[in-house]
Design a protein around this ligand. Structure first.
Ligand SMILES: Cc1cc2nc3c(=O)[nH]c(=O)nc-3n(C[C@H](O)[C@H](O)[C@H](O)COP(=O)(O)OP(=O)(O)OC[C@H]3O[C@@H](n4cnc5c(N)ncnc54)[C@H](O)[C@@H]3O)c2cc1C
Length: 314
């Protein structure tokens, strides 16, 4: 049997690979970057654990899958500006990526980008940017709409055109570690500035004793997206008494997908997904709504659909 190709090695693609492997279905995963994880990136530095992408998640999400990944007890509480009941990963969200990737035995091709998809005689053909051409029995596209758009230009132009219109919001994510005495309790920002949200934690798994970690999402004009300028703005607005002892700034020009916030999103996206040829399934927040736990269930659901498709073929 030709294998299933998964495009994208973020959370959705890895969850799909995990599920295919569990079902005994051969797969190859193609990831354009050197590392797996997509928008998830965590770093341990000077006793702090810093997340450059996804950081805090609703506690009420379905986290039951963590136990099977050996991550029971990995979630710690986080305080949030909107008083939501949030949790974060003790060792950074990257621990979820590592736990998913570790048992995978299928081929993972790094630093290779899929540029187009074709279909011939019930098989799929994938053209890569480096000129390589791969055959596949079925395809899971676990790459965001802004990248997936060009893959479909030939095989489903109408779908491609709609994905090309997909909009995103910019966000800068600033992680600042303060000495406890330097950060007001609780930290409060005036609401006239460009702070989309902020979260903080003093959990000993992520913060050294006597310190707290502040994680701020900012929507500011690009000229201000410079580490010193942003730190100064945050420091002044929050009335911190001293400089942060650690800092990490991540700039995401196309971070937040806008369409999932529209009331009509689900119906519109379902109509779009119905245009896809059988054997091609999309996974990821651009198609199925936001949330980290949902990315795992979405990746698994994509793999289950592909398994059903393969079973249904003569
Ligand atoms: C900055 C940021 C912060 C977020 N914060 C939160 C949060 O706090 N809480 C929450 O619940 N959700 C958050 N989300 C939303 C969501 O949880 C994450 O987006 C989630 O990690 C998405 O995973 P994914 O695998 O679907 O997509 P991605 O992580 O985007 O992974 C897609 C992968 O596809 C690869 N790729 C793209 N094009 C190609 C190609 N042509 N060929 C091969 N590979 C390709 C990319 O390199 C990438 O590795 C955040 C998202 C972002 C971007």
């Amino acid at each position: 049997m030709r294998d299933v190709v998964i495009i994208g090695g973020g959370l959705s693609g890895l969850a799909a690979a995990h599920e295919l492997q569990g079902r005994g279905i051969p797969y190859r995963l193609i990831e354009v970057k050197k590392r797996l994880g997509g928008s998830i990136i965590s770093e341990r530095r000077d006793g702090f654990v810093l997340d450059g992408g996804p950081f805090a998640f609703p506690r009420r999400a379905d986290w039951s899958f963590l136990e099977a990944l050996g991550l029971a007890g990995a979630l710690i509480p986080v305080h949030d500006s909107h008083r939501r009941d949030l949790v974060a990963f003790a060792d950074g969200a990257q621990m979820l990526i590592d736990a998913l990737a570790k048992p995978l035995t299928g081929t993972i091709l790094h630093r290779m980008a899929v540029s187009s998809l074709g279909q011939l005689d019930g098989q799929f053909t994938l053209c890569l940017e480096n000129g390589l051409v791969l055959d596949a029995a079925a395809v899971i596209v676990a790459a965001p709409a802004r990248f997936a758009e060009r893959m479909f230009r030939t095989v489903q132009p109408e779908f491609s055109l709609k994905l090309a219109d997909y909009g995103y919001d910019f966000i800068a994510r600033l992680s600042l570690g303060f000495r406890d005495a330097d950060l007001p309790h609780p930290p409060l920002f005036p609401w006239d500035m460009a702070v989309a949200f902020y979260e903080w934690t003093e959990a000993p798994q992520r913060v050294p004793p006597g310190h707290r970690l502040l994680h701020v999402g900012l929507r500011v004009p690009p000229p201000l997206v410079e580490p010193d300028a942003l730190t100064a703005i945050v420091r002044q607005q929050i009335k911190a008494h001293g400089d942060p002892v650690i800092r990490r700034l991540d700039i995401w020009p196309e971070a937040d997908p806008l369409p999932p916030h529209r009331a009509t999103f689900r119906a519109e996206m379902d109509a779009l997904l119905a245009m896809l040829p059988p054997g091609v399934v999309m996974a990821g927040s651009d198609y199925h709504g936001l949330g980290l736990a949902e990315r795992i269930s979405g990746g698994r659901a994509a793999a289950a659909k592909i398994a059903a498709y393969l079973d249904s073929r003569p």
